[in-house]
Write a protein of this length. Structure first.
Length: 80
């Protein structure tokens, strides 16, 4: 990086020069967002008393209550 350019100016120049590389990376980044990070939003259902009418955001938070019920059940070992 040249001393005469600030970091933001250098970044803009770099992006203009290497835009094809970032264009080729775009499908991979979009794939990660859609298939890896977006589904994580739904994981919170396990920690809520989920109601289909209230949705994920409207359902009350109950923490590990569902997991305690699962592990304390006598049929848990048989299910595994």
């Amino acid at each position: 990086m040249s001393n005469s350019l600030s970091k933001s100016q250098w970044l803009v120049q770099h992006l203009k020069r290497e835009w094809q590389l970032y264009l080729m990376l775009a499908p991979t980044i979009i794939w990660f967002i859609v298939f890896l990070y977006k589904p994580m939003y739904g994981l919170q259902i396990a920690f809520k008393d989920y109601s289909i009418f209230k949705g994920i955001d409207g359902s009350p938070w109950i923490g590990f209550e569902h997991f305690q019920t699962l592990f304390e059940n006598d049929d848990f070992i048989r299910a595994i």
